[in-house]
Design a protein around this ligand. Structure first.
Ligand code: ADP
Ligand code: ZN
Length: 540
């Protein structure tokens, strides 16, 4: 009888696939059939505590063990997960997409892909006896917005390294509710990974683990024990040889720093939202040969702010339209589904240009690092969560020891957008705050760290670590600290304002350039700032 065990690669194994030595020394070879709907129902009941209908379970019998494990572990609502798994797998099988995709097949993974390629080389050397395990990276934290391909990265990484993938998630471990069950589930995943070593152990929603420093109230003991349990698993008595842990999360700053120390998830790599070129590649990947030769670049351009998952959904929805009409896919099927864009009013656009140009002028005067790009986004996508109106991109050339003056300069750059708005319009808008990536959020974090982390304020006491998520909590409780932070921010605001008054003509020239072009390269910004380019008309 055939051993129908579809692994990560989706390849059914037969008895002939077993090495001769195994067959000779084994007491018996047990043939496992493919799981029945009843098996799948029982597994879902056991792992996530939910009842999957018989029909749905039936529909899942053909899928790989890896996809089923993911479905049972994502913690995003089991019906949604089942639907996502079904559609994706069906899509893969219908379109003939390879399940063995590797890192080099995917676009938009940024530094995560670079890290993965290095790991693949190190793992190969380790397996070849050329490198001791102590030289191989033990783990990585992949951080990025939802749908940017963190899970996809883990699959590709395992394929590129030629090793097994074991999928788990904090939500799955926590599903049982009780601390004892959680710790058992956690240890089970690590034991499974060790058994399957060499392997990648993928842990989704890693930020749900929490931070012992912020654990309060009734839940504190649960969080502390959970983190201690995970630390034990990560350290392992034998150093978990052959198991590389990949954690995925949206908010790395919520994670207890002890989990991110060397030997554990010692490196954090970010997967950003894809840029235009990456979006085009991702679109091509999901189109899988359809619409080849058609101008899909336009579609990719118009999906600014969208994730890989948004692109995949667009293609899936467009293919459904074509299918319902009984015809091949047209470019228009994609175009009609593109997210709605709303043009900003001219006054708002000018305000954005004033704001972003303000950041650039103050950065050029006192900031550290090279300006790479300066942009405003003339229209916005309601479905886009970022709600950003523009951006100044900086490349830091090399790290340096920063003094109070450097921190103050950095604060002035953060405050410069609002200072420029006030200078030109008499008052600033609410666009500088309100979200975790806002100017005010960054400035508040930095100013608090000056006072309470790095000894560059009025006190030498270290109350929190840099990057800590405890800043708002601390400011709410400590009024003296809050007053000091306020003074620092006000001083930075005034500093930025003074620079902008001095460099009024340059600021105005940049504003006009931004309104005309929306997107300027670093070299163009520098030309305007240095006065080499002065042909832009002056503002009214
Ligand atoms: P995350 O784990 O970051 O939430 P996933 O890896 O689950 O995101 O991605 C969701 C879907 O989006 C995947 O099924 C995949 O098809 C698609 N996707 C995301 N990023 C990419 C990418 N870089 N290339 C191709 N597909 C992608
Ligand atoms: Zn700003």
């Amino acid at each position: 009888m055939e051993l129908r065990c579809r692994g990560v690669t989706g390849t059914p194994l037969t008895e002939e696939d077993l090495p001769d030595l195994f067959r000779i020394i084994a007491d018996a070879v047990v043939h496992l059939g493919i799981p029945t709907p009843q098996h799948i129902r029982a597994a879902f009941r056991y792992c996530v505590g939910v009842d999957v209908g018989l029909d749905e379970a039936e529909g899942l019998t053909g899928y790989s063990l890896f996809d089923l494990t993911l479905a049972a572990s994502r913690g995003k609502g089991w019906r949604r997960v089942l639907q996502a798994v079904s559609t994706e797998t069906a899509h893969d099988e219908k379109s003939g997409a390879k399940l063995e995709f590797r890192l080099e097949d995917l676009a938009g993974l940024g530094e995560a892909a670079d890290w993965g390629r290095e790991l693949a080389r190190d793992l190969a050397d380790w397996r070849g006896g050329k490198l001791p395990w102590s030289e191989v990276d033990r783990g990585v934290l992949v951080a990025g917005p939802p749908g940017t391909g963190k899970t996809t990265f883990a699959k590709a990484l395992a394929n590129s390294c030629g090793v097994n993938l074991v999928a788990a998630s904090l939500a799955q471990w926590q599903a049982a509710g009780h601390l004892g069950d959680l710790l058992k589930a956690m240890r089970r995943s690590f034991a499974e990974a060790k058994k399957k070593a060499p392997c990648i152990l993928f842990i989704d929603e890693f930020d749900a683990v929490g931070d012992r420093a912020t654990a309060r109230g009734d839940n504190a003991l649960y969080i502390i024990e959970k983190i201690n349990g995970l630390l034990e698993c990560l350290d392992g008595i034998d150093g978990r040889e052959g198991v590389v842990v990949v954690g995925a999360c949206n908010h790395p700053n919520l994670i207890d720093p002890a989990l991110l120390r060397p030997g554990r998830l010692e490196r954090t790599v970010r997967i950003p939202l894809p840029d235009a070129a990456a979006r085009e590649q991702i679109l091509k990947w999901h189109l899988n040969g359809c619409l080849s030769g058609e101008p899909i670049r336009d579609i990719a351009d118009r999906m600014e702010g969208c994730s890989g998952a948004d692109i995949e959904k667009l293609v899936r929805d467009a293919k459904r339209i074509a299918r319902r009409n009984g015809r091949a896919l047209y470019l228009d099927d994609l175009t009609v589904l593109l997210p709605q864009r709303i043009q900003f009013d001219p006054e708002d656009l000018r305000r954005m240009a004033v704001h972003e140009a303000g950041h650039a002028v103050v950065h050029a005067a006192v900031g550290d690092g090279e300006i790479v790009r300066l942009s405003i986004y003339p229209d916005y996508v309601p479905s886009r969560s970022r709600g950003e109106a523009g951006a100044l991109s900086i490349r830091i050339m090399k790290p340096k020891c920063s003094t109070r003056k450097d921190h103050e300069a950095q604060l002035m750059v953060h405050m410069a957008g609002l200072a420029a708005e006030e200078l030109i319009f008499g008052a600033f808008s609410d666009g500088g705050g309100g979200v975790p990536q806002s100017d005010l959020a960054f400035a508040t974090q930095l100013a608090t760290e000056m006072e309470a982390s790095v000894g560059l304020g009025d006190s030498l006491v270290q109350l929190l670590n840099c990057g800590s998520s405890r800043v708002p909590d601390l400011l709410l409780r400590d009024r003296v600290l809050r007053r000091r932070v306020e003074e620092t921010l006000e001083k930075a605001f005034e500093g930025a304002r003074t620079i902008l008054v001095e460099k009024g003509a340059t600021h105005q020239a940049l504003v006009e350039a931004l309104l005309e072009r929306h997107d300027l390269q670093g070299s163009e910004v520098l030309e305007i700032i240095s006065g080499a380019k002065q042909h832009y008309r002056t503002a009214v």
